[in-house]
Design a protein around this ligand. Structure first.
Ligand code: GLU
Length: 431
């Protein structure tokens, strides 16, 4: 939830506001609008767990299937203390557009559990995973709805979920879930895929802007799976990350870590605690300056890469973006509010919208699903090569629409995605 000067809104309202604008642009009829504005199906359920101390606790779980006209619903499951049905609805809708914009034969869905894995033992987390599956086992599946990891869920969580699903169905169905551990049906390249995908689109955007990666600097919000691999590949291309922000579990706030000579990913990983947070004293010894977490956005850099949660660039924070910033690559889902987006547009900042920039994860999930169903696995280079081709082609298609119709990249990506999904609904005779 983000507070702006004149209103409070949530992610689902934001997703619907974005959709409404495109629906107007595409002149969609009222039935198609009604179908795409809300999820096709949604599930909300209790997950009762026996805790390690013998007590019982009930967690709340969700799954939303926004649209499956183009193929089975696809999307991650988040474990987060602030999870809500509306957040899951928004993220499910964005998954539909994400799969459509990269043109993979999948629809969109999302799931979640209101919980904080930091405060749960591995056994308790396993119980939540198995309990989640038991509640939706007949409504998900390899040809219906295929979950994956997301915020605070891991390959291990996916494997427990797969095991529960296969136990219930008395079958081996490895295409049911993606983001599995490598060697247990997972794909090589999946862990890097989202962060690398973000950088493939940054590389293409810089070509368009006529700037060489080695002449750029960046500031990254987040230090999770997406951020880390984005930093890795961007640095390999010659770019310099000067600031990274990270959640501190102990203090329950985020901090930004700045190093003008450039952040070294391996160095920072070496001072990371068991929750994935950067240890302050050890980072200070390596010459990292610690700043309040929100200062990742104030940095005098060429590129901002928000790779944490929703609503981080909003009506207030957008005003702090420095004049030098020319490119924003949205690694997170929904990091920019519509009000902030209007400001970015006025300032002429090139935005690679979330559902294009971070589509590498689900694209690789699609490759994993194909490999799992075939029971034949590709090399890492083959996977990442196919990923690069898919991301580059999607970027070029969006850029082409943006240029020919003279609209921002986000609008262009929406036009392509919504049009494809609406067409699939019409072709099926749904509207
Ligand atoms: N959770 C990721 C996303 O938001 C990946 C989803 C998937 O692999 O299905 O795109």
């Amino acid at each position: 939830m983000s507070t702006t000067k004149d209103r409070v809104y949530n992610s689902f309202e934001m997703a619907q506001a974005q959709f409404d604008r495109v629906a107007d642009f595409l002149e969609l009829d009222s039935a198609t609008r009604a179908l795409l504005r809300d999820p096709l199906r949604e599930y909300s359920f209790a997950i009762p767990i026996r805790m390690d101390d013998g007590s019982s606790r009930v967690f709340r779980g969700f799954r939303v299937q926004h649209n499956d006209a183009r193929g089975p619903s696809k999307g991650g499951i988040r474990f987060h203390p602030q999870e809500t049905m509306d957040t899951v609805r928004a993220l499910g809708m964005w998954m539909t557009w994400k799969c459509a914009v990269v043109d993979i034969p999948l629809g969109g869905g999302k799931g979640g559990v209101i919980c904080d894995p930091h405060n749960l033992s591995l056994r308790e987390q396993e119980q939540i995973c198995r309990g989640w599956i038991r509640q939706v086992a007949s409504d998900v599946g390899p040809f219906k709805d295929v979950p994956a990891p997301d915020v605070m869920t891991s390959p291990q969580h996916m494997l427990w979920m797969l095991d529960e699903f296969e136990t219930i169905h008395r079958n081996r169905l490895p295409g049911f879930i993606t983001g599995k551990p490598v060697g247990m049906g997972g794909s090589l390249g999946r862990k890097e895929a989202t962060g690398y995908g973000v950088v493939f689109t940054i590389r293409e955007a810089l070509k368009e802007l006529g700037v060489r990666p080695e002449d750029t600097t960046a500031s990254v919000q987040g230090f999770g799976n997406v951020a880390q691999y984005a930093i890795e590949l961007y640095t390999q291309l010659g770019g310099k990350v000067v600031c990274v922000s990270c959640w501190d579990q102990k203090d329950q706030v985020s901090y930004a870590y700045r190093k003008a000579s450039g952040v070294d990913l391996q160095e920072l990983l070496g001072v990371t605690d068991r929750f994935g947070g950067i240890e302050q004293t050890r980072a200070a010894a390596l010459d990292y300056e610690r700043l309040p977490g929100d200062q990742w956005i104030d940095q005098d850099v060429d590129i901002l890469i928000p790779s944490a949660l929703e609503n981080q660039i909003n009506a207030e924070t957008v005003l702090r973006i420095r004049p030098r910033v020319k490119l924003i690559a949205e690694g997170a889902n929904g990091p920019t509010s519509p009000e902030a987006d209007a400001v970015l547009k006025d300032r002429g900042i090139f935005v690679i919208p979330d559902f294009l920039a971070n589509a590498g994860g689900v694209t690789c999930s699609y490759f994993e699903q194909v490999q799992s169903n075939m029971n034949f696995f590709w090399s890492r280079d083959e996977v990442l090569g196919k990923l690069d081709l898919k991301m580059t082609a999607a970027f070029e298609a969006v850029l082409d629409v943006a240029k020919t119709q003279n609209i921002p990249m986000r609008d262009a990506a929406y036009v392509i995605a919504v049009d494809r999904v609406a067409q699939a609904c019409r072709d099926r005779g749904w509207v």
